[in-house]
Design a protein around this ligand. Structure first.
Ligand SMILES: [Fe+2]
Ligand SMILES: [Fe+2]
Length: 300
């Protein structure tokens, strides 16, 4: 990383919603074009129902934003009504990867068509781990759904059904920062040294009481990141984090390796006794379904 990298994090803009606010959108455009971020990340719900004309409105809005790079992942609203097909036609991959100035950002589609719940899926784990293991810089993963509950959002629902496994994968892969949206409530958690940053809605009035619409700005340097929350009504800024997220691998859970090894021996014994019976023991019994990355001591 040679210089600072400015990442602007937007979420839940909901173009096409009756609650979409042109005034807020104008504020966001003005703010972005003043900051001129290196990268804009949008963590889903760009549209309200995944319709083609809504995607057209999204493209019109994005064309007014001055940025060098853009990374977008779909939300549950974008996947509605076969919107996931339109998303791919407009933005390409639902699992985009972006490397810029020593920062790697892996996008992850956590949506399912016409379902509000999140799901990442084990097939995606290999892709994410392979991409991140090649990354030598600051590691960011962006997805729509929240991996950890957000306060003030009522009875918990919609967390990806495999959030626990995915969180562990992210820690194992040394991910420094996770960006999410979906609940329209901005929040920040730090878990095992990894920062999980939730964006509110930037451009809509779908707001919980007392929670203003907002976006996030992340300044990444070699030694520190600084996160600002920006209220998009009055463009008021507040620093909400300073530091350098250093993810720590979780303590090992009590594994069932011993039990599995005993099972393998029992299977082998049975096979030895009766060669006519075929047991498929080719699958690994490891608890690690993916390849761990090599941690990089340098932050560069
Ligand atoms: Fe949303
Ligand atoms: Fe959502």
């Amino acid at each position: 990383m040679h210089t600072n990298t400015t990442i602007l994090h937007l979420s839940d803009i909901h173009v096409g919603s009756p609650h979409f606010s042109k005034d807020l959108a104008e504020n966001v455009i003005a703010y972005v074009n003043d900051v001129k971020p290196d990268v804009i990340v949008i963590t889903g719900d760009l549209t309200d129902n995944g319709y083609v004309h809504e995607y057209r409105g999204v493209v019109e809005l994005l064309s007014k934003l001055d940025t060098k790079k853009l990374l977008v992942v779909p939300g549950n609203h974008d996947a509605r009504n076969m919107g996931y097909v339109v998303f791919e036609r407009v933005f390409g991959s639902r699992f985009p990867i972006l490397e810029y100035n020593g920062v790697c950002i892996q996008g992850v589609d956590s949506s399912e068509p016409d379902v509000d719940d999140g799901h990442i899926g084990r097939l995606a784990y290999d892709l994410v781990s392979q991409n991140l293991s090649r990354c030598k810089g600051f590691r960011i993963v962006a997805l729509h759904h929240h991996l950890i509950p957000v306060p003030g959002t009522g009875r918990e629902r919609n967390i990806p059904v495999d959030a626990g496994d995915f969180l562990k994968l992210l820690l194992d892969m040394g991910v420094n920062l996770v960006l999410s949206g979906h609940k329209h409530v901005p929040w920040l958690w730090e878990i095992n040294g990894m920062v999980i940053l939730h964006a509110g809605t930037a451009t809509t009035l779908r707001l919980k009481a007392g929670v203003p619409p907002s976006l996030n700005v992340i300044e990444v340097t070699k030694d520190e990141i600084m996160i600002k929350r920006v209220e998009t009504r009055k463009l008021k800024e507040a620093v909400i984090y300073r530091g350098y997220p250093q993810p720590r691998e979780p303590l090992p859970v009590s594994t069932s390796d011993d039990l599995l090894r005993e099972l393998e021996e029992a299977v082998q014994n049975l096979r030895d006794k009766n060669a006519r019976i075929s047991f498929n023991t080719r699958h690994t019994t490891s608890n690690e379904p993916y390849t761990k990355c090599t941690r990089h001591s340098s932050r560069a």
